[in-house]
Design a protein around this ligand. Structure first.
Ligand code: MBD
Ligand code: FE
Length: 283
């Protein structure tokens, strides 16, 4: 465990997540959405709120407490965290309906673009004293028809063995456990890294406070984030989990799928090994 002193605060990681998200704002332009669609969606969302108020006979103090809490989420920069934990999975499930190949999962708030490019067989950047069980993930990127995809990008990022992400925790160096592997002539890759720990939503911020007050738990199971990109193919954003891992059956972000669970086996040197192939559709 890291010491209290160098632990990232909710406000710190929230501010970073908000800044990072705003920097990618151009990618989220929906100026083409017609007014009728905006009105229909906003009306449906508000109806959900109005219905909950009626169903539970929500009082004025509860309404004002909710307003104050919403302001705290914004002030703490936790909207990316809140949205990705509690809402993104529903959007991903819609996308999944028209997606073939490897199952997707949510992107989450901690993706950072433009990380170091690495060859097909490489070690993910890590500290000299990086803790955690070594993990080697091998695999191949293929088209739906089985054609290997050479030069595909396997963009990988994950938490360290204390559950912290580089870029969102000041004590973790920039770029740690983040990198883009480029597949070889046969579409293959061999990634060396360490096993990540489960992720705990910061308990000192408004999202954590809401979870605590509701009597829920703030955990996501240990996971690897992956985005696989290949020219002329639909990008896959997904996550890989670990069989038997804590919180696998009660992910607070509801983002696990059975097809995405790895079961690495230790070799004679205590290195966990697993293979996983990514299949992309054209488009
Ligand atoms: C994470 O690490 C994550 O992957 C998601 C989706 C939300 C919060 C933290
Ligand atoms: Fe994550």
């Amino acid at each position: 465990m890291s010491t209290l002193q160098d632990s990232p605060t909710a406000a710190g990681s929230g501010a970073n997540a908000s800044e990072n998200f705003k920097a990618s704002a151009a990618a989220h332009d929906v100026a083409d959405t017609p007014p009728e669609r905006v009105a229909a969606i906003v009306t449906a969302v508000l109806k959900g709120v109005h219905d909950a108020i009626a169903e539970y006979d929500v009082s004025y103090p509860e309404f004002q407490a909710a307003k104050a809490w919403l302001m705290e989420v914004g002030d703490g920069g936790e909207w990316p965290l809140f949205m990705d934990v509690f809402v993104e999975h529903a959007v991903e499930e819609q996308v999944a309906k028209s997606q073939q190949g490897t199952k997707g999962s949510i992107l989450g708030p901690y993706y950072l673009p433009d990380q170091v490019r690495l060859p097909a067989k490489a070690e993910l950047p890590r500290r000299d004293d990086e803790k955690g069980t070594p993990l080697v993930l091998t695999g191949q990127v293929r088209d739906l028809d089985g054609t290997p995809l050479a030069g595909a990008e396997v963009d990988l990022w994950h938490a360290d063995s204390d559950g912290y992400y580089a870029g969102f925790a000041p004590h973790v160096p920039d770029g740690n456990l983040r990198g883009v592997f480029v597949t070889d002539d046969e579409g293959r890759f061999e990634i060396s890294t360490i096993q990540p720990a489960p992720y705990q939503i910061p308990t000192d911020g408004p999202t954590g406070k809401m979870i605590e007050v509701a009597g829920w738990h703030p955990w996501r199971p240990a996971h690897l984030h992956v985005q696989v990109r290949a020219e002329g193919h639909r990008t896959i954003t997904t996550q890989l989990y670990f069989a038997g891992g804590e919180w696998l059956d009660s992910d607070v972000a509801e983002a696990t799928k059975p097809e995405l669970v790895l079961d690495p086996q230790a070799d004679d040197n205590g290195v966990n090994r697993e293979s996983y192939d990514f299949v992309l559709e054209r488009g």
